[in-house]
Design a protein around this ligand. Sequence first.
Ligand SMILES: O=C1C=c2cc(C(=O)O)[nH]c2=CC1=O
Length: 510
Amino acid sequence: QFPRRCVTPEGLRSGQCCPSSPSSPSDPCGASLGRGQCVSIAADRRPHGPQYPHDGRDDRERWPVRFFNRTCQCNGNFSGADCGRCRHGYSGPNCDQRVTAVRRNVMQLSAAEKRAFVSALDQAKRTVHPDLVICTRRYQEIYGPDGNTPQFQNITIYNYFVWTHYYSVGKTYMGAGQPSFGGVDFSHEGPGFVTWHRFHLLQLERDMQDMLQDPTFALPYWNFAIGGSECDICTDDLLGARNNFDANGISANSVFSQWRVICESVDDYDVLGTICNSTETSPIQRNPAGNVARPLVQRLPEPQDVVDCLELNTFDTSPFYSTSSQSFRNTIEGYSTPQGNYDPVVRSLHNLAHLFLNGTGGQTHLSPNDPIFVLLHTFTDAIFDEWLRRHGPGQVVYPEENAPIGHNRQFNMVPFWPPITNAEMFVTAPENLGYTYAVQWPTRPFTLSEIITIAIVAAVLVVAVVGGAITCMMRARAHRSDEGLEPLLGEQFRSYSEEDRRYEKSQSVV
Ligand SMILES: O=C1C=c2cc(C(=O)O)[nH]c2=CC1=O
């Protein structure tokens, strides 16, 4: 959420978070090197939708101005809290070398690549984030009991990924003894669903690239649209098989059976007005296809569902919410049928894949604790990128106002730092964000009327070609008969007669 260097009592009181990079001390934002400058934060003031009627009560409104109102604005390809890093897709000391991370199907990685990926995730679960810390209290209590002890904590790279999701979906605290308000979600049920999760993954990928010192490290994806009731990536060489002794647990042969979740006590946070911290508690729970109370979520999405949702032409439709119909965003998110019809009982695509997991990965405040989340969301993001590529929509199709709070085009996504808007993620990935997907997209089978049309066109073409060939042959034959010669026989006839003449001549000399 915020750089460790900024959350001192003085830093918080100044409202300014413009640190210097370790390679250029006493040089906020690397200004003397031309990398960036400290500027005021422009936070979206356009109206949000009616779902949130409690303006003024939540630290996440007009993010991040409750905490900081000045940040580094980086030039060119420089980026990061102190402009000491490169924009996604660039590397090198001057950030002028292009790099592209290729996100591949996790099932198609070699055995060594699978081991490397699992081990990288496990390292991220245990490595303290080098730059960022999380708040453990609302802003009202951020200076601590003595007024001088900022309430922030270190957190590991992977747990930071979990925490940011939790913080974005939490309820609004309405005061002691009041029920918290749940009609708010800064990363789901709105157009920002695709842009928020895109940045969420990019941040993890970048943190892991830095941790591994490998700028080409890429998160793989799980093609969850395979139908059926088998979790194909739930094996011990990947995300962990089912535990033979506990249907809700992960096999002891998988390192993920050792992982412990954070942010489990959501009721306590809501009642006490506290915020999840970095304390790890229970093991991951997972029981794929095991939700007997909801048979509709015992199956994975079908390949055809992806084909159908990619054909929806409109990015999002009013009210830009989980009730939107004929909206690509609400369809990929999974609140409508794959053809785009909103139906409150339907769960499809992304939502269906979450609910199929039936455990930690199916509960929004906890789901990234199960690392399947990463692979489920890279595939969701691949579909979003394919939709952007096919429909080439431009930013104008992303709603500028009246989307649910947090989801307007120019809103800074909660709780990322430095501030980044939804609009900045509404671009094609290979050209703008330095990563690409290696995916073979399923194709739509032909409809009956298309088959009939193709057959008619093919028949017409055959008739035309064969008819044309016959006509040409007949014309050629007629032309040659006009000259009185049968061409092949004529050639032979001329050559034999000349030879015969030469032979006869030689015989007469003798
Ligand atoms: O983690 C998530 C869990 C979800 C469950 C649903 C649902 O449709 O009930 N949706 C979810 C989104 C998540 O991100």
